[in-house]
Write a protein that binds this ligand. Structure first.
Ligand code: FMN
Length: 297
């Protein structure tokens, strides 16, 4: 779903009239007529689901209490999920994390100076700095694998060491690298090209509701969640952990960005359908969970 379709559905569902929807959703009269004629089924579906949607938060917390849990797939001896999803493509090496100079900033300074940074200097991020940010957020420091379990340990905590995330990097201004979308392999500490070119950045800007920092950030981090990696062990309760785990990544990114005289802004306001399409995931087995822009002060 693109941002215009979303705008139409959003304002329509809130009872706005034709003129208001055209204005607020920034669509033409023709586009409005097209949506009126073609999105009836979708509108009906939203209307039907609305009563459930209104209470889903409390319902989710209530029904993910342990008393409702069934034996998990791990307890049923079902085969373990992979700790990292295999991806094919052109590989781009990153500076070795053991050799990247770790910036010196005290923890107290990093914590005290951290702010959400939405305006960036027109400066690139170097491969060393990118390597540092990835080290802090998702790099795998220990990997253990056998028939029963595949475990990674990273610089952030994760419930049961499930680490149910994949990292994508939108490089708008990284020294020596073409603009484009890259996948980060956390065990090999390397990037894999997803798409080169500038078009993907425009689609991500739209997918993040045209938030201005998406236009100027040299780097955008996009994390997807693969819920089964965690659900295999924790069933439906694992969905609580996805969002808790993601928060730790965000904070490490914030602190690591401070250390390179930069800053980050976490992004939770994005169009799920658009972002999942851009990244190429189905929205269920894997979906975009968290986004962050990073740049220099
Ligand atoms: C889960 C989460 C989602 C957020 N989403 C957005 C966002 O979409 N756009 C934005 O400008 N800021 C976003 N922020 C940043 C918050 O607005 C910011 O942390 C808050 O205003 C406090 O400011 P500070 O981070 O400078 O202390 C998000 C922060 C968090 C933790």
């Amino acid at each position: 779903m693109d941002i215009k379709t979303f705008g139409y559905l959003y304002y329509k569902n809130r009872g706005f009239d034709r003129e208001q929807i055209i204005k607020e959703a920034e669509i033409t009269a023709d586009e409005y007529d097209f949506y009126e004629a073609n999105l009836k089924v979708l509108l009906q579906e939203i209307e039907n689901e609305q009563p459930r949607a209104e209470y889903i938060g409390a319902e989710f917390v209530r029904l993910t209490r342990y008393i409702y849990s069934e034996p998990s797939d791990q307890e049923k001896d079902l085969y373990r999920p992979a700790a990292v999803k295999p991806r094919q493509g052109e590989v781009i090496a990153l500076p070795d994390v053991r050799e990247v100079i770790k910036p010196r900033l005290t923890l107290a300074e990093a914590i005290a100076t951290r702010r959400s940074l939405r305006k960036y200097a027109d400066l690139p991020i170097s491969p060393d700095e990118l390597s540092w940010l990835l080290w802090a957020t998702q790099w795998v420091r220990d990997h253990r694998s056998n028939e029963k379990m595949e475990i990674t340990l990273r610089n952030v905590p994760s419930a049961g060491a499930r680490h149910p995330f994949e990292t994508f990097i939108l490089g708008n201004n990284i020294e020596g690298m073409e603009k484009g979308l890259y996948y980060y392999h956390p065990i090999n500490h390397e990037l894999v090209v997803v798409t080169k070119g500038e078009e993907i950045a425009a689609a991500i800007y739209e997918g993040c509701f045209r938030q201005e920092m998406l236009r100027t950030a040299p780097v955008v981090f996009i994390w997807t969640a693969i819920p089964y990696r965690s659900a295999w062990r924790y069933g439906q309760r694992s969905y609580r952990y996805l969002y808790l785990d993601a928060g730790h990544i965000g904070q490490n990114l914030h602190l690591a960005a401070e250390a390179i005289k930069g800053g980050a802004c976490m992004i939770g306001a994005f169009l799920d359908e658009q972002m999942n399409t851009v990244i190429g995931v189905d929205g269920e087995e894997e979906f975009v969970i968290y986004i962050a822009t990073v740049g220099k002060k």
